[in-house]
Design a protein around this ligand. Structure first.
Ligand code: CA
Length: 228
């Protein structure tokens, strides 16, 4: 699962180090150095988790965390705060601001990556556990595994939800807006073309099993998932 991690850190050396470790751990790294660039990045691509430095120029990390929690479309993104401050009082402040976890600098990259994995698991989308099948495609919400003709399919959380929705709603055409509401939730502030991006990725992920064509484009209307 290649989740997108947004690294918000103003010190280039630390940002580099974090990005390196995030990529090594098999995630995708996005980077921002202050509050403005964080919002810009989020607008481009919704991250699955944010690593947020406390000490940022301008808006502090803690304030940015509160702002992220106050917006409907970002309030559910897990946040791990990075800070050089270890005092208990600050930890409490961090947790009250809606930060989900806390890592004190200097951090052990291995421990940080373990925390990221644990956080992503906890925030995995809630859905019924029943395994769904469509043709030679099998999706198991309980284990978060997808197989196509017996081959493992690697999906991000969003693409997993998208495929789950399609597999439980086959043969019907859904507009981009409907898909946004069903898969991303009404919290969205995601642009419609984001749907196209995820559809392309979903198709690419299914293509090794030659099943990308199950996700059909219906011109002028939207998308349909069809196994027939
Ligand atoms: Ca900093």
């Amino acid at each position: 699962m290649s989740a997108k991690i947004l690294i918000v850190e103003d010190e280039p050396a630390i940002s580099e180090l974090l990005a390196f470790n995030v990529i090594q751990a098999g995630f995708r790294a996005m980077r921002a150095e202050d509050a403005d660039s964080t919002w810009q990045q989020i607008r481009k691509n919704m991250p699955d988790l944010i690593l947020l430095d406390w000490m940022l120029p301008g808006t502090e990390g803690i304030t940015l965390a509160k702002q992220l929690r106050a917006e409907a479309h970002t309030k559910n993104i897990p946040i791990i705060m990075l800070t050089a401050r270890g005092e208990e009082r600050d930890k409490v402040m961090g947790l009250e601001s809606g930060v989900d976890d806390y890592v004190t600098k200097p951090f052990s990259p291995r421990e940080l990556m373990a925390r990221i994995r644990a956080m992503l698991r906890r925030h995995a989308p809630q859905m019924p556990d029943a395994t769904v099948t469509a043709g030679a495609l099998e999706l198991a919400p309980a284990t978060h595994r997808v197989t196509a003709k017996g081959m493992a399919v690697e999906l991000t959380p969003v693409e997993f939800r998208l495929l789950h929705f399609f597999m439980t709603h086959t043969e019907r055409v859904y507009s981009r807006t409907q898909l946004l509401n069903e898969v991303w939730g009404t919290q969205v502030f995601v642009e419609e073309r984001t749907v196209d991006v995820h559809i392309r990725r979903l198709r690419a992920a299914l293509e090794p099993a030659e099943m990308g064509s199950l996700v059909q484009t219906v011109r002028g209307s939207g998308y349909r998932f069809s196994t027939s």
